[in-house]
Design a protein around this ligand. Structure first.
Ligand code: GUN
Length: 292
């Protein structure tokens, strides 16, 4: 069994981005600028945005967090999005999800200029991605592909089972792995899937992205499978400084011995997601996807 060290791969890629930013700034250019919009005080969202902000600092990006109260109306949020769309000093921005229940996430996502949609959530980017066109791609699937490539994991012709059908992870992941170049035979499982255990047990590559702690157990995994764990369930813990412990969607201790490769939680997919967002922001600053 080989552990996929997302933290180490992310550190290498961070250095590469930092060098590129240094060259841009050294040549008289402006540092890429990422804005994160955070509505309300969801603890997990605060943590994720904090990680993104820290990484921006490490690679030399300018970073701004726009904090809005839980009571913000949809109209007020849409007004801010309009301002960010029009601001030439902002290269890319994200609106951290989930949003309070009174705000339509879809309306918000569709209001973002696709050129600044570094989360890759806008239907324009989703549609371009599914058509195999240049697009901003959702950071978690992009980060996972980078890991598979880094470890030279063979995907062509392999049976890949994606557990979870979210717009952010499961569906883009399944689509990308089925595309030319990756060439997987992909199955998506979800809460209504029958014989889920048997389907997962037939997989060469398992992507666990359903958000249920320790859902994937040893009896569901074939000997020699590659297991990618996207889960990050936070549970209270007295053993950590933060008071939280992160648990993946995979029962790591019993699944790991059966795997050829597996990602840990934390230190697997999470750091790669942040790096993919940094890369998208750098692309936005260079107008790489949509041109000038
Ligand atoms: N909530 C959970 N993951 C994400 C993400 O990648 N981007 C945003 N905007 N919100 C999230």
């Amino acid at each position: 069994m080989k552990l996929i060290d997302g933290k180490a791969v992310a550190a290498t890629l961070r250095e590469e981005i930092a060098s590129e930013v240094e060259a841009i700034v050294g040549g008289g250019g402006r540092a890429p600028h990422l804005v994160a919009v955070l509505v309300g005080t969801d603890g997990a969202s605060e943590t994720y945005v904090g990680h993104k902000e820290r990484c921006c600092g490490e690679v030399g990006f300018r970073s701004t967090v726009r904090r809005l109260p839980e009571t913000t109306t949809e109209e007020e949020l849409l007004t801010l999005i309009g301002e960010l769309n029009d601001d030439p000093q902002v290269d890319g921005f994200i609106v951290q999800l989930p949003l309070p229940g009174h705000i339509s996430e879809q309306a918000v996502i569709e209001a973002i200029d696709p050129r600044k949609d570094v989360d890759g959530f806008h239907p324009m980017n989703v549609g371009r991605m599914t058509s195999g066109l240049p697009a901003y791609v959702s950071a978690t699937p992009e980060g996972i592909l980078t890991l598979l490539k880094h470890y030279n994991i063979e995907t062509a012709g392999k049976n890949c089972v994606v557990v979870g059908r979210s717009n952010i992870v499961g569906r883009p992941m399944a689509n990308l792995l089925s595309q030319k170049g990756w060439d997987c035979t992909v199955t998506i499982c979800h809460s209504r899937t029958e014989n889920l255990k048997e389907i997962v047990a037939g997989a060469d590559i398992v992507i666990a992205a359903l958000g249920k702690a320790e859902f994937v157990t040893a009896d569901m995994v074939r000997e020699g499978a590659v297991v990618i764990d996207v889960g990050i369930t936070r549970t209270p813990s007295s053993a950590t400084k933060s008071g939280w412990k992160l648990t993946g969607d995979v029962k790591f201790d019993e699944v790991a011995p059966k795997c050829s490769y597996i990602t840990p939680v934390p230190g697997g997919v999470g750091p790669m997601t942040i790096i993919a967002l940094m890369r998208n922001t750098l692309r936005a600053a260079k107008n790489e996807i949509y041109g000038n």
